[in-house]
Design a protein around this ligand. Structure first.
Ligand code: CA
Ligand code: CA
Length: 108
């Protein structure tokens, strides 16, 4: 777990009704692991670009967006997303979405 992602979570409040940021991250990691297992069709323990693309295109994302998400998550640029990379990516994503929801509350 990187320091920056735990800091982001601490600033946002109570994502899943828990007041403990570590618990929230643990919940995100559990959800990430479950999603990871679904995407990892060959069970190899990493997500290839085709596994990732197949999963997200079914969810309605276009190829450009999928490419950008993949490249963001693939921190070490080995063209595969490891479980750790996926977990960090999900923490980033959930924090980002949550901040957007707060922005909307702020704006309207
Ligand atoms: Ca795989
Ligand atoms: Ca990687």
């Amino acid at each position: 777990m990187s320091i920056s992602s735990s800091t982001t979570i601490t600033k946002s409040t109570q994502l899943y009704g828990s007041s403990d940021p570590d618990e929230e991250i643990a919940i995100i990691h559990r959800n990430a692991d479950a999603t990871f297992a679904v995407i990892d069709v060959d069970g190899g323990g990493t997500l290839s670009k085709s596994e990732f693309t197949n999963h997200l295109s079914v969810s309605g994302y276009n190829i450009d967006t999928i490419d950008k998400i993949f490249n963001k998550m693939d921190v070490n640029k080995d063209e595969e997303i490891s479980r750790e990379e996926f977990r960090d990516g999900m923490v980033m994503l959930v924090s980002f979405v949550f901040l957007c929801i707060r922005c909307e509350h702020f704006l309207y």
